[in-house]
Design a protein. Sequence first.
Length: 151
Amino acid sequence: MKTILNVSEAFSLGLHAVAMVASRESAEPVSAHTIASRLGVSEAHLSKVLQRLVKAGILKSSRGPGGGFTLGRSASSITLMEVYEGVEGPLKLDNCLIGTHICGGKSCVFDDLIDRVNGQFKDYLEHTTVEMIKDTLGDVNGDEKEDDRDR
């Protein structure tokens, strides 16, 4: 489904996963299986996104029984821009919906609307921390062993 704010599925998965890990009351790692189950997404795709976030230092991973993902640092020190760039690379905003600037018009039919929306989006990512959004998604404090039995 198209929306006015077209963010990638990978960024959306990363953002939700980081918020879920941050919402965890205990310091125990959260498995990719648990996150994928709660989000209703492919564990394989989610795992690729989680590894990008580990590489960016946003998450830490541990292997083996009881392994999974924890935050790489405090939720209050991680901005949504860092999550975005950890998954997607540097944010590049375009002010043309076509993306080619081929219309040759004197000005855009949307005037400066796209620039303003892009600016608001960038500002939101830069000034919103994981701490600020972690409770919007619900936590993952359920029994992981029960989730693992469903495998």
